[in-house]
Design a protein. Structure first.
Length: 230
C-alpha cells in the first residue's frame, strides 16, 4: 500500500490543458475587439505573460496588476490601442469557460480518488480557476481546492502549503505528494515544505535549477505506479 494518503495536483499544465485554453480565450477576445490574431500574437503574449507570473510567484507583483499589465505590454508591442483593463476582464471570462483536460487526466483522477484524498493547488486567478474547475468532469473527485488569489499567498511560499495542509486535515508530511509541471512553484514549494514532489515534465526539459524533485515523469499515467507502489 502506498504511503501517500494525499495527492496534491497543480492545475494548469498538469491536469488542465492551459495552452489550448489560453489560445482559445485569446482568439475569442481578439475577435470581440475586432483585432487580428494569429500564432505570432499568441507567442508574443506568452513571452510577456510568463515573466510576469514569475514576478508574482516571487511576491513582487499582485494578480490585480499582472492581469492588466500583460495586456498593456501586449498593446504596446502590437502598436494597437485598446483599454487593457477591459480586454483583461473579457479575456478572463473567456478563459474561465475553457476547461479542457490533458490526455489521461480524467481517468487518472478517477483511479486515484478511490484510494487517495485529492487536492487541487493553483496559483491561478480565482474567477478563472473556480469557473473552470466547477465546469470540469473531475470536480467531484477533489476534497480541497486552494487558490493563491483567494488566500493571498502563492506557491512556492510555505504559507500556501500551510493553508493547503490545514484544509486537508494536517496530515503527516510524509503522506503527501505534490504533483506539478513547474519547478519554480510546485516542486520548489513542495521541497521547501518538506513533502515529496513529482515533476510532470512531458517535454523533457532539462532541470537547470537546484530544485531536486522526488520523481520525474513524462506521462500522467506514471503517477499511478508512484501512488500505489511508493
Amino acid at each position: 500500500m502506498s504511503r501517500y494518503r494525499w495527492i496534491v495536483f497543480d492545475a494548469d499544465g498538469t491536469l488542465f490543458d492551459y495552452e489550448r485554453a489560453e489560445l482559445g480565450a485569446l482568439a475569442q477576445t481578439f475577435r470581440q475587439y475586432g483585432l487580428d490574431f494569429d500564432a505570432q500574437v499568441h507567442q508574443l503574449f506568452g513571452e510577456i505573460n510568463k515573466p510576469l507570473w514569475v514576478e508574482f510567484e516571487q511576491g513582487r507583483l499582485s494578480t490585480q496588476r499582472l492581469r492588466v499589465q500583460r495586456f498593456e505590454e501586449l498593446a504596446a508591442a502590437l502598436e494597437v490601442d485598446f483599454c487593457a483593463s477591459d480586454v483583461s476582464d473579457d479575456y478572463l471570462l473567456n478563459l474561465g469557460a475553457q476547461c479542457v483536460l490533458l490526455p489521461g487526466a480524467r481517468g487518472l483522477v478517477e483511479d486515484l480518488s478511490r484510494d487517495h484524498g485529492l487536492a487541487l493547488a493553483t496559483n491561478g486567478i480565482a474567477v478563472v480557476q473556480r469557473s473552470r474547475f466547477s465546469a470540469s468532469s473531475i470536480k467531484a473527485h477533489f476534497k480541497a481546492l486552494v487558490i493563491s488569489d483567494e488566500i493571498g499567498v502563492a506557491k512556492p511560499n510555505p504559507g500556501f502549503f500551510s493553508e493547503l495542509f490545514s484544509r486537508i486535515g494536517d496530515p503527516d508530511r510524509s503522506e503527501v505528494l505534490m504533483v506539478g509541471d513547474s519547478l519554480s512553484s510546485d516542486i520548489a514549494g513542495g521541497v521547501g515544505f518538506g513533502i515529496d514532489t513529482c515533476w510532470f515534465n512531458p517535454s523533457g526539459q532539462l532541470n537547470g535549477s537546484s530544485v531536486v524533485p522526488t520523481y520525474v515523469i513524462s506521462d500522467l499515467s506514471e503517477i499511478l505506479e508512484i501512488a500505489r507502489g511508493a
